[in-house]
Write a protein that binds this ligand. Structure first.
Ligand SMILES: Cc1cc2nc3c(=O)[nH]c(=O)nc-3n(C[C@H](O)[C@H](O)[C@H](O)COP(=O)(O)OP(=O)(O)OC[C@H]3O[C@@H](n4cnc5c(N)ncnc54)[C@H](O)[C@@H]3O)c2cc1C
Length: 404
């Protein structure tokens, strides 16, 4: 007898698990509350679809922080190389960008998703769109359909892969937290990850510089420094360099109400060399011109230096020190709805090694709805694919052992 699998959630995690299980010969039905699947995956495609990263796995794993041991097991089953091979198998070559990030050639999600859905159809996966999962009725899964009906489905094993709560209009709205909390499943509250941070800019600075990139710059926080690029927004800062520190910045704000960072606005030059340059006679030049010509600061960097410090120190050595370590205070995280991903979710200790809910035998979890987080760089989609592979392996074991 063929075992029936329910996959709830048509993001990368649910789609990948459906593919593995359909390839293994199970009858898979994939439910999603939206009319179409993969909406956030398509949005990721607008930024080029960074599928994974090319760095060695030990370095790769460090990006998952406290969830490293889970991800070590998941990546052992489906590695970054496997993800590239999978993409190739669908007819799309990948390439490594200058930062080591991996993209499909063409950098588009739409044709890749189309090919993937064709494959799932060929494998016999049944799609049930406009089915919002609302919980269980006894052993059966309950769904609310678009016409307001409640329908039920009995599965031999279920995968729940409902994502986090960012960009909720795309489908992952986090409402599942109420459903699982009602079942006493241990959860960590969903919080923004890879999000912008709020800075109290002056009106003048905001009007002049919102939307401009600050680069190159080195950000230091809590004993760590990294070079990159920061985007100035209406209300603060965002961008890959900010996301790289995101979890630590968010945790500091939660604990202390603020995260004081320092920025090196001239990372290519030493403090001594900068002091020597700033010691040149200024003549009749304005300070802004002197900073631009002698210190090589961009207009944005020069304005930033003067934000919150009306009078810059006249002493060249002190001024150089300020340029090399400019303090900036982040006072809050940006909203979860606008974050790239969510931290928090189903606690890892609520799951078996196969990602089955200890409190709900036969129900497995994968993707962003689990309590792990990672910076941008391809670690999110890779984490979703790899946890889907781990859960799918567990589901196969589960249905095969319960069928005998
Ligand atoms: C702007 C942006 C850019 C990004 N770029 C990248 C990138 O380049 N690289 C990268 O690695 N990551 C990127 N990400 C993150 C990545 O897209 C997500 O981490 C990933 O999509 C999460 O996959 P998932 O399968 O866990 O959940 P999701 O993709 O969120 O899918 C969850 C699915 O579950 C469905 N669902 C939710 N609740 C219910 C319910 N109650 N009943 C039925 N269905 C439900 C939703 O409709 C949705 O289809 C980006 C995210 C954003 C917002």
């Amino acid at each position: 007898m063929v075992s029936h699998i329910a996959v709830i959630g048509g993001g990368p995690a649910g789609l990948r698990a459906a593919e593995i299980l359909a390839e293994a010969g199970y009858a898979v039905t994939l439910f999603d509350q939206k009319p179409t699947v993969g909406r956030k995956f398509l949005l990721a495609g607008r930024g080029g679809l960074n599928l994974t990263h090319s760095e060695p796995v030990p370095q790769f794993l460090k990006k998952y922080g406290a969830a490293q041991s889970l991800m070590a097991r998941a990546l052992a089953l489906f590695s970054p190389e496997d993800l590239r091979a999978w993409c190739h198998g669908l007819g799309f070559e990948t390439f490594v960008g200058t930062s080591g990030r991996v993209y499909p050639k063409g950098m588009k999600a739409t044709p890749l998703l189309r090919a993937w859905l064709h494959k799932l159809n060929r494998l016999g996966v049944i799609f049930a769109p406009r089915h919002a999962w609302i919980g269980w009725n006894g052993d059966a899964l309950s769904f609310k359909t678009a016409d307001g009906q409640t329908v039920e489905f009995k599965a031999d094993a279920t995968l729940i892969a409902l994502g986090g709560a960012s960009w909720p209009h795309l489908g992952s709205d986090g409402h599942w937290t109420e459903t699982l909390r009602a079942q006493s499943i241990p959860l960590v509250p969903l919080r923004p990850a890879n999000c912008g941070f709020i800075v109290e800019w002056s009106e003048i600075f905001r009007a002049r510089h919102a939307g401009e990139p600050l680069k190159p710059v080195t950000l230091s926080f809590a004993g760590r420094s990294q070079r990159g690029e920061i985007m100035i927004t209406q209300n603060g800062v965002e961008g890959s360099l900010i996301y790289a520190f995101g979890a630590a910045l968010r945790d500091a704000i939660e604990a202390d109400g603020k995260a004081p960072i320092t920025l090196d606005l001239r990372p290519d030059i030493t403090t001594d060399a900068l002091t020597a340059r700033l010691s040149r006679p200024r003549g009749s030049q304005s300070l802004a011109n002197h900073l631009r010509k002698a210190a090589g600061l961009s207009p944005l960097a020069a304005s930033l230096l003067r934000e919150g410090a009306r009078d810059l120190p006249p002493d060249p050595a002190v001024l150089a020190g300020r340029i090399k370590a400019m303090p900036l205070t982040l006072v809050a995280t940006g909203p979860l709805a606008r974050a790239i991903s969510s931290a928090g979710g189903v606690r890892l200790d609520a799951l078996t090694g196969d990602l089955m809910l200890k409190a709900k035998p036969g129900v497995f979890i994968a993707g962003e709805m689990m309590d792990w987080e990672a910076p941008t760089g391809g670690y999110l989609i890779q984490g979703c694919f790899s946890t889907a592979a781990l859960a799918a392996q567990g589901m196969r074991k589960w249905v095969d052992q319960t069928a005998v």
